[in-house]
Write a protein that binds this ligand. Structure first.
Ligand SMILES: NC(=O)C1=CN([C@@H]2O[C@H](COP(=O)(O)OP(=O)(O)OC[C@H]3O[C@@H](n4cnc5c(N)ncnc54)[C@H](OP(=O)(O)O)[C@@H]3O)[C@@H](O)[C@H]2O)C=CC1
Ligand SMILES: Nc1nc(O)c(N)c(N[C@@H]2O[C@H](COP(=O)(O)O)[C@@H](O)[C@H]2O)n1
Length: 224
């Protein structure tokens, strides 16, 4: 399995403003992301990203095949009128929940065309903010068994932390937009509990730097 994490942040590391505006990167960068989506089997996001952005997670800006969309959502909170659920009968959609999700909601999601994976709670690698989240190692094992081998993670910060902490990420691409958003409550690329010491931090090797006409920087890292 190959797991690529992608995100767009401001120079001060924010992936959205405190009020929830996440339109950070340029159209050119979004086209790059859609091209990247067209190369993967699945795109994974956390439920808070769905609730904040109501994304489609498609390749509509380019020609190509839509990846399977995977929502990590322990309590089954995904709205039935979200863009993802409204298109779940046409574009493969998986909602990964735990036994905290109400059975009635699980049936509703399945009736609308989504596949629901009930996965026992994860214990390691999660932050205090997500004490009873989906067991991501088990989720990724199940995805691999289903033939989903090339996975793109598109955040947000809590999901990014859990996956990085568990060592499940192979590559990180991050677009840095020439903006500063500020705001102590604004979400950053990686949230979670974090480490006490920098020496404990996750190590990366910078493998590529691209300077864009838009003023953005595209950084590509390999996880060590
Ligand atoms: N600029 C960019 O590139 C991007 C920006 N964003 C922005 O990020 C923000 C959302 O990020 P954030 O608030 O960090 O939330 P996330 O999107 O990372 O979702 C986190 C939630 O997912 C659920 N979850 C279930 N299991 C796990 C697990 N094992 N580990 C982590 N989470 C789990 C939890 O909710 P529950 O307990 O209910 O299951 C948790 O609170 C939005 O504002 C969005 O716009 C998002 C993506 C990209
Ligand atoms: N690469 C990138 N740049 C930005 O500026 C972004 N806001 C995001 N966000 C991610 O893309 C999702 C939106 O996808 P659709 O356009 O609806 O297909 C959003 O929810 C984030 O996961 N990414």
């Amino acid at each position: 399995m190959r797991v690529i994490m992608n995100g767009a942040m401001t120079v001060d590391g924010k992936i959205a403003t405190a009020s929830g505006d996440s339109k950070i990167s340029s159209k050119e960068d979004l086209v790059r992301v859609h091209k990247l989506r067209a190369t993967v089997d699945a795109v994974v996001v956390g439920i808070s990203t769905i609730l904040a952005d109501d994304p489609q997670l498609t390749v509509r800006l380019v020609k190509g095949k839509n990846p399977t969309r995977i929502i990590v959502d322990s309590r089954g909170r995904i709205p039935i009128d979200s863009q993802i659920m409204r298109t779940a009968s046409k574009i493969k959609t998986i909602v990964a929940v735990t036994d905290q999700a109400p059975e009635e909601k699980i049936h509703k999601l399945e009736d609308m065309g989504a596949k629901v994976l009930v996965i026992s709670e994860g214990k390691k690698g999660q932050s205090a903010a997500v004490p009873h989240g989906v067991n991501l190692k088990e989720l990724f094992r199940r995805l691999e068994k289903m033939g989903l081998r090339r996975i793109l993670v598109e955040g947000g910060g809590e999901l990014n932390w859990s996956l990085l902490r568990l060592g499940l990420v192979d590559e990180l691409t991050v677009t840095i937009a020439p903006r500063i958003a500020g705001g102590r409550l604004a979400t950053t690329l990686v949230e979670g509990d974090g480490f006490d010491e920098i020496a404990q931090g996750i190590r990366l090797k910078l493998v590529k730097v691209e300077r864009k006409k838009t003023g953005e920087l595209l950084l590509r890292y390999r996880l060590l």
